[in-house]
Design a protein around this ligand. Structure first.
Ligand SMILES: *Cc1c(COP(=O)(O)O)cnc(C)c1O
Length: 429
């Protein structure tokens, strides 16, 4: 059984508006899986209804922040709220000193409700509704992004004192799981007219932003995008605009060993193209480098558990229906590059039937479906699983990015707002 210790992040969470949540400290020898089994066995609601649930590991969030600070000490993170807006997660990120990238009025309201001051928020949506711009002006969220003259006009009308960053298209975003260049970002020959439009509207353009695409594996994309940003800084100087001072390198980072490669590419890019301004001693001109990581912080700390609600046997093939799916927390599967991995968690039908130690357990070719009546709601085919029965559980690791955030209640399956249990694990170096 898990020893429940209330850890030091409790007062932090309470002080920034997340009350009544319990954090269970996990000693080194107890893993997330053991904790999940204890929830399944003893949490009254879970035991009875077998609804899916998340476990959020705040200890892992802390270690990701430490890793960020170690590898990118000069880059201030503005966590991208859209990736996972869980209030406890946001509150804990705030307590670790993170700032926030919000894309809508509701996201700004949520972050402010946690006690975060507006100067720690960037409204990083290049195309905003006028009412949302007015709201940002009212609460004092000063910075936003743009990539069209229409946005300049809206700013002039609704928030003339606001500051803008010009969002440019990252040249090499093709390797990303979800490239964003088709939707956002000024092309090279659009930059000068946009800067001139802002100049004549009297709007302060303080810097440049880009996004190399979510889940990129080609880290040279950061280097080439930073070179594009350098060109925009130079164009602004040529046009006689006030010296640009903010470089926003966006998101696209993943946790894991590849983070070091991405951060090296970023540091190399900054060194190559911004060395002079980075070391500038003059406070007004010194370069402020920010980023908008979403996936990096949110993906790994969340683990999902879902239970088997139906089964069919066809020869050697096993087909299982579980109570979460692509219209719920696993919606990122609709993005064809996302790969789902999972494992049996608690086989109440046969607890020894988990193929871990001996490897001798018989497995079957299995299909796993989500609960809705749409055939698209298929999570895996030809997946090797031991025999499972209705009531058994599956565990899905690393499910915090673009998961619960995109869930719907399609077909009456309550995927929005499934419960999240908080733990603080201690086994991160
Ligand atoms: C989605 C988004 C992010 C976060 O991207 P990740 O790939 O999850 O890091 C950051 N900035 C903007 C503008 C975004 O739209």
């Amino acid at each position: 059984m898990v020893v429940a210790n209330e850890v030091n992040c409790m007062p932090i969470l309470a002080s920034i508006g997340v009350n009544g949540k319990r954090v269970t400290e996990l000693p080194k020898e107890i893993g997330i899986k053991d904790f999940m089994k204890s929830i399944i066995a003893s949490d009254p609601d879970t035991k009875e209804k077998k609804e899916p649930f998340f476990v959020l590991d705040l200890g892992l969030v802390k270690s990701l922040m430490d890793k960020w600070t170690k590898n990118l000490p000069t880059v201030r993170p503005f966590y991208a709220v859209k990736c996972n807006p869980d209030p406890c997660f946001l509150a804990y990120m705030a307590s670790l000193g993170s700032n926030f990238d919000c894309a809508s009025q509701a996201e700004i309201e949520l972050v402010i409700s946690l006690g975060v001051s507006p100067d720690r928020i960037i409204f990083a949506n290049p195309c905003k509704a006028e009412s949302h711009i007015r709201y940002a002006a009212k609460v004092g969220v000063m910075r936003s992004t743009f990539d069209s003259v229409y946005e300049v006009e809206k700013m002039k009308k609704c928030f003339p004192g606001g500051q803008l960053l010009i969002r440019v298209k990252a040249p090499d975003d093709a390797s990303a799981m979800s490239p964003l260049g088709a939707k956002y970002g000024a092309l090279p020959d659009e930059v000068e007219p946009l800067l001139k439009a802002a100049q004549s509207a009297g709007i302060d353009v303080v810097g440049v932003s880009f996004h190399v695409g979510s889940g990129t594996t080609d880290y040279s994309a950061y280097h080439s995008a930073i070179s594009v940003a350098r060109g925009v800084f130079d164009t602004a100087a040529k046009l006689g605009l006030p010296k640009m001072r903010v470089l926003n390198i966006g998101g696209g980072f993943s946790a894991g060993p590849q983070f070091v490669n991405a951060s090296d590419a970023v540091k190399f890019g900054i060194q190559t193209y911004f060395e002079d301004q980075e070391d500038d001693d003059d406070d007004d001109d010194s370069l402020e480098i920010i980023a908008e990581p979403g996936r990096y912080f949110a993906e790994c700390p969340f683990t999902l558990a879902a239970s088997v609600i139906g089964k069919r046997v066809r020869g050697d093939l096993r087909e299982y229906y579980i109570n979460d799916g692509i219209y719920g927390s696993l919606c990122c599967l609709l993005n064809k590059h996302s790969v789902l991995t999972f494992e049996p968690l608690a086989l109440e039908s046969d607890p020894d039937n988990i193929p871990t130690r001996s490897g001798s357990t018989t497995t079957h070719r299995s299909t796993v479906f989500g609960p809705t009546c749409d055939a698209l709601d298929t999570l895996a085919k030809n997946y090797s699983l031991p025999e499972m029965e209705v009531g058994d559980w599956l565990l899905f690791p690393n499910r915090g990015a673009y998961s619960a955030a995109c869930a719907s209640n399609f077909n009456g399956f309550k995927a929005v707002g499934i419960s999240t249990h908080l733990v603080y694990s201690n086994n991160h170096s």
